[in-house]
Ligand binder design. Sequence first.
Ligand code: PBG
Length: 305
Amino acid sequence: MVRETHVQPTDFIAPLFVKPGKGIRDPIGAMPGQYQFSVDTLVQEARELRDLGVPSVIIFGLPDRKDPVGSRSWADDGVVQQAVSALKEALPDLVVITDVCLCEYTDHGHCGVIRNGEVDNDATLELLARQAVSHAGAGADLVAPSDMMDGRVAAIREALDDSGYENTGILSYAAKYASAFYGPFREAAESAPQFGDRRGYQMDPANALEALREVELDLEEGADMVMVKPALAYLDVIRQVRDYCTVPLAAYNVSGEYAMVKAAAQNGWVDGDLVMMETLTAVKRAGADLILTYFAKDASRLLNR
Ligand code: PBG
């Protein structure tokens, strides 16, 4: 009766990985219970999530081939584009979000194009905008840029509007930290950088005011919703961003946070269900309206019992 924070399946956005093929459900080693799907099995998984009360999924693509500029990311017959149209056709009410970034599509694994050995921020913007427009064309409800290039929200908003996709929203990964908690994701998405690291464009974990500045810029540029990522080590940042703006706030309970709970639970060192629910409750209590989480299915099953 006096509980202040409630977690429900409607709070969740489930991250899903899609790759070319048929009937595929390849387990992801460091993320027990998570899979790389083909379009057909992805639709089945999304239907199960929807039936559990989860309103939304975010799609990550593993392309058939990679190149220096990530050109498969904006191909009309690309794997994400196919997945989005199949999802919107089978499950029209499901909110389909796409991750917009180059790292899964470039052979060097960085989130932007490389010039003189460095990621070129401005040259990357046009490619991200192309990718976003092509996701919108396939039917995405929201695009979610995760690359952390400066100015990408404005570039994407302008390109969407120019192409007639005024109604496609932008969920910006506004405060995304250069975090070691992304390790298992990079295996899942086959997107580890082949040289260097992402500290040139992702944020320093020591900075919180900078997160507010990033949020402010993204809102000015036209973001409809903002995100803090990762979640658990950044609960204070979630709270500060919540107090700072009024748009819906999402937090990303990332792959490493999921993997640690699963590993400890498999060893019998913690009660996995209890730790899962405590974590999700804490992220909401900190101020997140929505949680991107690999626990979406497990937690919804538990909550619906
Ligand atoms: C792509 C991207 C990453 C994640 C989401 N989008 C990896 C990265 O930036 O290195 C991480 C998600 C997770 O760890 O669950 N840029």
